[in-house]
Structures are given as structure tokens and as C-alpha cells.
Design a protein around this ligand. Sequence first.
Ligand code: SAH
Length: 338
Amino acid sequence: MNNIFGYTKEMLEEYFFNINQKKFKAIQIYDWLYKKNIYDFKLFSNIKKEVIDNLINDFSVDFIKIEKVLEGKDVKKFLFRLLDGEKIEAVLMKHNYGLSVCVSSQVGCNMGCRFCESGRLKKVRNLETYEIVEQILLIQKYINRRIDSVVLMGIGEPFDNYDNIIKFIKIINDAHGLAIGSRHITVSTCGLVPKIYEFSNLDLQVNLAISLHGATDEVRNKIMPVNKVYSISQLLTAIKDYIAKTNRRVTIEYVMLNMVNDKESDAYSLADILKGLNVYVNLIPYNETKNIEFSKSSKERITNFYNILVSKKINVTIRREFGGNIKAACGQLRSESD
Ligand code: SAH
């Protein structure tokens, strides 16, 4: 049976149309689910019995489960157990501008970025739309507060689960749904070029972040296998197309790996390839994992790299470090508890 939290409002409108009911019932349903937080169809008092029977027959409202919550300073990590027993994680962060949640989009990940813990378990399956939506619903319920922003930066490659993450975005963005503004939603990809083109045609007005992490094919090939499929120049062409079509600024994520991609020459190459583009670079201090092949760049090396980019007139910030002590930081999320 189909879980109701996987349905965009348009899909519900189509459902009602098909059973000869008025389309606006979709809005009423959304109101119950996302505004009043009532999940028992029988309690939908403005809906006729006959329609409620339809809902009961056609939809489930099953929830994934919070298995464990770890707490750190300004951060909580949630381990979820899915209905088939698989596990994923999401992270809640408190910023001065509000609460944000980092959600997972897959169980495991096939992208194989060498420095990332989340991909050590190969992709088991995509998350269903409802499993992504429910990460937010359950966290909101747990803290009894509304979430202000959402980043698709947990376990998985969102653009490798394209259709479901698009539905997820539509549901949380809908004014009758969770009403999280498009400017407060960010999708991050390691660079699945065809999907970037598809995404730019949707006009969703959400933020796009690209995990670049290398400024030359030589460096990027070593750390991100996806680069052997879509090279940096192909990726940059897609980014330019996205910016031209959407008129939106793109975030470039760059994790600072000691002696791998943090040399002065890397900073100059990065400035070179990004020159004139409407982007801003987010330098991410590497969160160390079990993988001893990589280590964190020193503060001095990061500052030096940062200063070179600034001198080349590239917009750049250094990402605040979060959640390292509870393994809730970028690249530390896992699909298993240990
Ligand atoms: N698959 C998507 C979504 C993951 S976002 C993507 O690649 O964009 C998670 C971000 O954290 C990515 O930029 C990823 O490259 C980065 N990351 C992975 N491991 C990390 C680590 N150990 N320390 C810091 N950042 C890491």
C-alpha cells in the first residue's frame, strides 16, 4: 500500500480526480497531515465517511522509527530504523538563523568518494519519498518545534534517487505541506551531470550545492570516482547552464584534505576554473573517520587557501564544524549503528 507521506499535493489531486472527488480535498488532507499533525484518517472531521473509507483502503500512514538519538553541542543525530529493518541517519543542527535538518536520501551510497564514511556501505536501496519526509516529521515531533531549513546532505547521492527527492522537495516546500521555503532547501550532488541539467529545467528555486573537492581532473579522479564519468569541464558546463537558466548562485563544496587538494596551486586552479561564475565556495574542514588515508588540513593551510581565493575575488567561507564528537558531521553518517 502507498504511504500517504510520499504523495505530493498534485498526486493527491489526481487521486481524488480519479475517484470522482473534488481536487481541493488534497488541500484538506495536507492540512490534517502537515498543519494539524493528525494521522488517523477517521479523525478527518471535514471529510465524508465514504472518502475516508477510500483513504483507509488506498493509503498507509506507517512511520519509520527513531532508534537512537545522540546529543552534542547544538546538534542531535537521529538513527532511524526503516520498516524493512534498514537504518539511516539524519542530523539536526541549531544555527543562529534557526534549526536545520540534514536528511539521508539512500541506504548506503554508490558514489565511492574515497574520503567519505557514508559510502562504505554500498547502496542497498533508494529511500522512498515518505521515508525522507518522515525524517523531518519525526524530528519536529521529537523536539516539538518547526524546522527552518533542510539540506539533502546525509547518506546517499540525492541525484541518484532523483524522482523521490524531487517529490520530497515539493512536499516540504508546499504552502499546505511543511511550508519550508525553497530558499531554505539545499540539494547537494557529487556531480551527476545529466541530472543537473534536468534539475535546472524544473525551476524549483531551491539551492544547489556541488561537491567539487578538486580543481583538476588529476586530483578529483583520485578522490571521487564519479569524475571519471563526468569530468570537471563537463561539470562546469552544467553548472554554467544551471546558473544561466535559474539565475541562482551555486554553492561549491570543497573538503580540505591535507596534502591532497589543499596546496597553494590547488587554490589557484580552483580560482581559475570558478572565475566569473556566480558561485560561492564553502571550504569544509575534513572530519576524520576510520579511514587513515586522509587527514585534516591544518588551520594555517585552510586560512592560506581561503586567502588565495579571496585575493582572486572568489566568494568563500569556511564551514563551521559540527557534531564531530557524536559522529554527526559531514561524511561521518553511516547506515549502521556501531
Ligand atoms: N552525495 C551528495 C550528498 C552528500 S553531502 C554529495 O556528494 O554532495 C555531504 C558532503 O560532505 C559532501 O560534500 C561530501 O563530499 C562531504 N564529506 C564527505 N566526507 C566528509 C568528511 N569526512 N569530512 C567533511 N566532509 C565530508
